[in-house]
Design a protein around this ligand. Sequence first.
Ligand SMILES: NC(=O)c1ccc[n+]([C@@H]2O[C@H](COP(=O)([O-])OP(=O)(O)OC[C@H]3O[C@@H](n4cnc5c(N)ncnc54)[C@H](O)[C@@H]3O)[C@@H](O)[C@H]2O)c1
Length: 496
Amino acid sequence: MSALDASTPDATAEKTPIVVTGVAGFIGSHCAERLLERGETVIGIDEVNDYYDVKVKEQNVALLRKKGSSKFAFYRGDICDKKLLETIWATHGKPRRVVHMAARAGVRPSIDDPFVYVHSNVEGTTRLLEIAAKYGSDSFVFASSSSVYGGSTATTFSEADAVDHPVSPYAATKKACELLAYTYHHLYNLHIAALRFFTVFGPRGRPDMAPLKFVDKISRGVPIQQFGDGTSSRDYTYVDDVVQGIILALDTPAGYQVYNLGNGSPTKLTDFISLVEKETGKKASIELLPEQPGDVPRTCADISKARKMLGYDPKTPFADGIRKLVEWYREAHPHVGETPECIARAAMERRLMAAARRKDREQMLDPELLTLFRAARQSRGNGRDRAHTVGRSNPSTLRPRITSRSFDDLCLLERSASERPPSPVGEARAGKLQRDVLQGFVETVREKPTHPSIPTLAMVRASRSSALSLRSPKMADVFAPTPPTNPTSFKHGPAP
Ligand SMILES: NC(=O)c1ccc[n+]([C@@H]2O[C@H](COP(=O)([O-])OP(=O)(O)OC[C@H]3O[C@@H](n4cnc5c(N)ncnc54)[C@H](O)[C@@H]3O)[C@@H](O)[C@H]2O)c1
């Protein structure tokens, strides 16, 4: 590979297309939208994996196609696919600017399945840096994360802080990307900016993150889970502000730089919940759970460097951002909380929560949960295959959406029952379930009210309820990447 000197950005750079990876995702799609608005040609890449409902991502791509018309091209594929990248660079005149947003995001799932994170984040970023170095680059910006600050107790997080102690595989991959980016800058003189985002939220947001999750659940009357005592705080950043920072960094190549892109003013979890209650007009039902491994107690960005070097100026206070998010949510889901499926699901989740709290023996957990669990177990054959959290980087590979930990917990529970359970066929009725198995489950829930399987299985059950109507549900029915289309069903798709 020849090292091309990119120290002086090409004066015609504005005319070359911009590659945006992760373009179907939350931040990538907003970024591409803004770039199209200012007249750029955008080449989007995304594998559209099923980390969350793929329909949400497909809608993002459709929006960009509509907005960009001939100025937008989309490639569905893995950024680790060298041939795909070569084709894109050859077809589009060797793009010299890259906005790299594609990644496996999310802290907790990275603990269950670190390998998909290493694949998409570390290998994927290296592939893009390679091609940028090979064909020349004027500006390469990529998404790092505030999670690189780990459990830092500093009052504000500055780019000058040492970040050698990431507390999750996700954070470690982001730190690894920063190190690789520096190396490519050093070897090939590329202009690269690592952008540390601080909890980004807004319309079309990620359904696995607290802002949209809380707005969604509170709007539907479904309980929310609060991890810890509510004193933890986050520096939430409205998506328009982050996009402003990304584009400023892209337009300001300056060797290798790391920038915090945050809001600079953290919000306490309890205040956040009150704000969502105010904007949605609904009272939250809160399930208190212990802190999760990998979570950090407080984040607050020192954004003085981005202000000074880029002119970054976040304009959306958290309260305004939540108001805009709720407005968008209402427009996107006008019938939320009203459809029969919504009502049934809210009731089911409340029942599960009550089950976790109850001390008496009579109550029964939703028997359908157990049926689903058994269907999943059966299709896993000899049990050598490990369950994975959510999809894979190759979306054609079907994976159960339960964690290996929750699956193993349930296997233990099942073994504690006196009889081996029958096949899932015909178990859809409560009366036909083996009472001892169900009781074993109930007892454990009673002893361990924070059992990690409860919310996960609630999600599985709720998102794949149609599988229960089948005589013998198969893995594909239970864990299909896209729920079957049902015009009367809840539009937003499965809960995160
Ligand atoms: N949202 C936040 O608060 C936040 C905070 C810190 C950092 N980040 C980072 O910002 C970036 C964008 O985050 P987001 O919230 O928009 O997440 P997102 O999940 O909505 O978007 C990421 C997109 O990347 C795609 N992708 C993942 N692996 C891929 C691969 N191997 N090949 C091609 N496409 C792939 C996914 O399909 C997805 O559409 C990510 O790098 C994330 O780690 C986000």
